[in-house]
Design a protein around this ligand. Structure first.
Ligand code: MLT
Length: 344
């Protein structure tokens, strides 16, 4: 792959921004698949690196050649506005070549398997493949068959690690640390990859997480610490759960992942679980309102709250670019360090 030469060439260069002295020590991952096995140090490193990237984004010309010669492909089997565009911008700010592939207009539409597709992308020179797929686990399969870095941009209802990292970054921008902060995640947790990834990062860093939803939309065994997610508080009553919250994160009803009636009706659901002004008044004054988007205003969140003073939804989107720059930089350092060792 021509990109290996680029990686070797970059190995000798200093990055055009300040990096934490610990990054070569703490970061050992080629892929980013989920946050379930992330250490506190790794989460801290991503956050510090994202701060550095914010400085780059604030420059008059926000472009650096840090990933010059690196080829990034986005491979999306599901629709996306924010995630794909912010990955694309993140790669371009760092000087990488970014190519977008929509599965619907690629050979996938002719029946090519996932394994064949990612092997083809590796063969054309992909250093990083950013992947979104409707099937949980698809990026894990890809990571087993190629040497390119795989970044999970959302797989089924399983994980969406960069969304959780940008949510964390947005909370830290207001609080510094999330330790002891009450974070209420409300909505369709059962089908939400965003909620799942957030549970890992927030509990690892000591936040008090409450998941609030109708019983039918809560992953089984969560409050008992059974199953595959960290134990958190569970409440089916939003008026009670939201009391004293520092952060209220509303989730979209994932109708495309539902194959049955999980709630009596959307009007009933909104009446009981919508984040609206009167409910938000029960949270701490100035509590942050987050939503991963896309928002269904009038369903899980009222228009007034979605665009009100406490809404940090646009900030989340903006932070997504810095966080994804950090992730791209860190995963490509894996190859960079390996190339440096090989050329010594
Ligand atoms: C996702 O891709 O999971 C989104 O960011 C959240 C959603 O679709 O509701």
């Amino acid at each position: 792959m021509t990109s290996v030469r680029a990686t070797e060439a970059r190995a000798a260069e200093a990055p055009p921004f300040a990096t934490g002295s610990s990054d070569s020590v703490a970061w050992q991952r080629r892929h980013l698949l989920d946050l379930d096995d992330f250490t506190v140090d790794e989460l801290e490193l991503v956050m510090q690196t994202a701060d550095t990237m914010k400085e780059v984004l604030s420059r008059e010309v926000p472009r650096v050649p840090a990933l010059r010669g690196t080829t990034i492909l986005t491979l999306f089997y599901e629709n996306s506005t924010r995630t794909r565009s912010s990955f694309e911008l993140a790669g371009k700010v760092l000087g990488a070549d970014v190519i977008n592939i929509a599965a619907s207009s690629s050979s996938v539409a002719k029946g090519e398997s996932l394994v064949d597709t990612v092997k083809t992308l590796q063969a054309v020179g992909a250093d990083v493949i950013i992947m979104r797929h409707s099937r949980s686990g698809a990026p894990y399969l890809a990571a087993r068959v190629v040497e390119s870095s795989i970044i999970n941009a959302g797989d089924g209802l399983h994980a969406h690690p960069t969304q959780a990292l940008l949510d964390l970054h947005t909370m830290r921008a207001s609080f510094g640390s999330v330790r002891g902060r009450k974070v209420v995640i409300v909505g369709d947790a059962l089908h939400s990859r965003v909620a799942r990834s957030n549970l890992w990062s927030l509990t690892a860093l000591g936040a008090e997480v409450t998941l609030c939803a109708p019983p039918t939309l809560i992953p089984r065994g969560l409050d008992a610490g059974e199953g595959t997610l960290p134990p958190v508080h569970v409440d089916t009553d939003l008026d009670r759960a939201i009391e004293g919250a520092d952060v209220v994160m509303a989730l979209r009803m994932q109708l495309e992942r539902m194959n049955g009636g999980f709630v009596p009706g959307m009007r009933e659901y909104s009446r009981m679980y919508q984040v609206n002004a009167s409910r938000l008044a029960r949270a701490k004054p100035g509590a942050l309102v987050l939503h991963p988007g896309p928002m269904n205003e009038g369903v899980e969140i009222s228009h007034e709250v979605a665009h009100g003073l406490q809404s940090h939804v646009e900030e989340q989107v903006a932070n997504g670019v810095a966080v994804r720059m950090a992730v791209l930089w860190l995963v490509t350092q894996h190859g960079r360090r390996r190339a440096a060792t090989e050329t010594e």
